[in-house]
Design a protein around this ligand. Structure first.
Ligand code: NDP
Length: 320
């Protein structure tokens, strides 16, 4: 009988359990790769922290993020995926097409012929207590996911990068008014994006302005206390939605110095592929995509990773 400390050999190890990881698992399992998924600390990933998901094809009435992730997990398990709670703590990837070693929770050792990395990204938050208190009840880090619920209402968005600019203009199409909080006296976003913001009538940009506290009635957001960091003047804004768009952090610490990444830590994959710089190691979902970051795009690249892992294993067999 195997003990926890013993080494387990698998043909396809998937790290992460968001839409990318589970979709990779569904495809890998159907290809008889008998994938093993380690879920990470938040099984189901970022979507388990949202409420309604209305933009994933196939759910005409919408679905909640947690239920959707349970469905994806059940679908992966139906084809024989082994889904386990655990966190990858160390990797030792073979650079020459050999076996990759991954340590789980510091105790378990997996040897894998292919590894699919789907560890996702984490939205950055301001760090206000009220932000977490009302997360999902008026506070969101994804305008495309949640903007719809604020149709005709007044909302605020914090951030001044391309994401914030893009999301502010997206929200402006739905909301009555969008307050955009920019902490400096200028944007970080590209000129084209700033131009778009400035030319949108119902966006009001508040420069040198920081969110001090999100106000609510204990259930939902009702307003915002802001401070001008130049004049120290404090004021209140009536809003029902508060969007944070100050960037995401890809979950790639584990792969530093091992896998190629860009200057912000996103894994670099080959063009039209999910292959990393290490043969047999693939990356899908938000961990390698700072532009789209949608459940459906993550699922799409998860599918690509599994197909590429399968082809990689078949090519290896042909060589032997
Ligand atoms: P960025 O890191 O580019 O911008 C983050 C923004 O949030 C900055 O304006 C920053 O302010 C602000 N910020 C950070 N912390 C705080 C805080 N505590 N309080 C208030 N404001 C804060 O992140 P993005 O997500 O916007 O973009 C990430 C990358 O993705 C970029 O390279 C971007 O160009 C790219 N992208 C491209 C798109 C496209 O091409 N269509 C769409 C979306 C993103 P400050 O400027 O003062 O530091």
């Amino acid at each position: 009988m195997k003990t926890e400390e013993e080494i387990e050999r698998v043909s396809c190890l998937i790290i992460g359990s968001g839409p990318a990881g589970y979709t990779a698992a569904i495809y890998a399992a159907r290809a008889d790769l008998k994938p093993v998924v380690y879920t990470g600390m938040v099984p189901g990933g970022q979507l388990t922290q949202t409420t309604e998901v209305d933009n994933f094809p196939g759910y005409p009435q919408g679905i909640t993020g947690p239920v959707m992730m349970e469905d994806l997990r059940a679908q992966a398990e139906r084809f024989g995926t082994s889904v386990r709670f655990g966190y990858a703590t160390k990797v030792d990837f073979s650079r020459d097409g050999g076996i990759h070693k991954v340590e789980i929770d510091g105790v378990k050792h997996i040897e894998a012929e292919t590894v699919i990395i789907a560890t996702g990204a984490t939205a950055k938050w301001l760090g206000l207590d009220s932000e977490q208190k009302y997360n999902g009840f008026g506070v969101s880090a994804c305008a495309v996911c949640d903007g719809f619920f604020f149709k005709g209402q007044d909302v605020a968005i914090v951030g001044a990068g391309d994401t914030a600019a893009e999301e502010a203009t997206y929200l402006a199409k739905l909301a009555r008014k969008v307050y955009m909080l920019v902490r400096r006296d200028e944007f970080r976003a590209s000129k084209a994006m700033v131009h778009r913001v400035m030319n949108t009538e119902n966006i009001e940009v508040l420069y040198n302005t920081e969110a001090e506290e999100i106000l609510g009635d204990g259930q939902v957001v009702t307003g915002l206390r802001v401070k001008n960091n130049q004049t120290e003047a404090v004021s209140h804004i009536d809003i029902t939605g508060f969007f944070v768009a100050i960037g995401h952090k890809p979950n790639t610490e584990l792969f530093q110095g091992v896998l190629d990444m860009d200057e912000t830590g996103y894994l670099i994959t080959k063009a039209d592929s999910t292959a990393t710089n290490i043969p047999g190691v693939f990356a899908c979902g938000d961990v390698q995509d700072h532009v789209f970051r949608q459940a459906i795009t993550a699922a799409g690249t998860g599918c690509m990773s599994a197909l590429e892992a399968e082809r990689y294993l078949m090519a290896k067999q042909d060589i032997v």
